[in-house]
Design a protein around this ligand. Structure first.
Ligand code: SD4
Length: 322
């Protein structure tokens, strides 16, 4: 069916972490005015990628073990319409480059220096990715293996609502590992889309790529069913194709929250979990219902709907006492 002939839906944006709202506010007016879900997720993620205070995505993201920031991202509206890029090191906006790959090439994914070269061809400006705060964090990590301002010993991230920070925490346990933004959208035309963007695991081995840019792992969209994005320990998500597993469970009849919890239960069964491990999922179904679930406490999701922008606690926490 032509998307313009679908009935009107209530525009909705959903993102991982409360810092997602910073992107939603940038994307909202266009979406509310009838813009497409693809445009909205791209605009929202680009705003977050450019935000220096957010220490896990784009400029401001923590570098690898050699002090180099590398970025991964993807975008998707259906199994036949998706694009992805990984290990960018000279361009700031993986989601926009992933969209160009989706729309202008016959491929899904480009990697590394060749992906940066493709971005050059597309006229994407080159950018410095290492912020002063991220450089300072790297310098300290090189000296003593710690992240500045990290409090507590769980090594997990905590959402400090409004600050944009989850690693360089001022007063809550910061995450030694990583995080990411996953943004999902339903537009007035009833079309779902999603995008995902990350600087990956702080101080990772050079070349390491996590789940975020891989379709079916960090992001999956079935236009007739739901969109799901996953953040957290990418290596756990990659063990179970987390976003695909959740959408597929919904396609087979599970409720959105049951589908997300099924992914978490599978991860809990199949991995020896470390205290630093975290996995968080957000879902938006084709009717506009949204929810989130997380392995452990410390996560919040962003939801924008009917002109309201809210950070919400997860609907389910598998291990609430951890
Ligand atoms: C990864 N899941 O690279 C991604 C980003 C991240 O928590 O760190 N998310 O593993």
């Amino acid at each position: 069916m032509d998307q313009m002939s679908k009935p009107t839906h209530m525009p909705t944006l959903v993102s991982t972490w409360s810092f997602g709202l910073r992107g939603h506010r940038v994307a909202w007016d266009g979406l509310d005015a009838g813009g497409t879900s693809l445009d909205a997720v791209e605009a929202s993620c680009c705003a977050i990628e450019a935000d220096e205070e957010i220490d896990s995505v784009g400029y401001g993201g923590l570098p690898d073990a050699q002090g180099r920031v590398t970025l991964d991202g993807c975008i998707m509206s259906s199994p036949s319409r998706c694009g992805s890029v990984c290990c960018l090191s000279t361009h700031l906006h993986p989601v926009r480059i992933a969209r160009a790959i989706m729309e202008k090439t016959s491929h899904v994914m480009l990697a590394g220096a060749s992906a940066d070269a493709y971005a050059d061809q597309q006229g994407e400006p080159r950018a410095e990715l290492l912020s002063p705060a991220a450089r300072a964090a790297y310098d300290q990590w090189k000296v003593d293996g710690t992240i500045p301002d990290q409090v507590g010993d769980s090594g997990r991230p905590f959402d400090q609502e409004g600050s944009g920070r989850i690693f360089l925490a001022a007063d809550e346990a910061a995450w030694k590992h990583h995080d990411t933004v996953g943004t999902l959208c339903l537009d007035r035309h009833g079309s779902l889309a999603g995008a995902c963007s990350t600087s990956g695991a702080p101080f990772k081995l050079p070349g390491r790529v996590g789940d975020s840019p891989i379709i079916g792992h960090g992001l999956y969209v079935d236009p007739d069913v739901a969109a799901v994005s996953v953040t957290g320990s990418g290596e756990l998500v990659m063990g179970c194709c987390g976003s695909f597993l959740a959408v597929e469970a919904m396609r087979r009849g599970a409720s959105p929250i049951d589908a997300l919890v099924e992914v978490l239960r599978r991860i809990e069964r199949q991995f020896d979990l470390l205290p630093s491990h975290q996995v968080c999922l957000v879902a938006l179904d084709a009717q506009g219902a949204s929810c989130s679930a997380t392995l452990r406490p410390g996560f919040r999701m962003s939801v924008s709907r009917e002109g309201r922008h809210e950070a919400l606690d997860p609907d389910a926490v598998l291990l609430p006492d951890d």
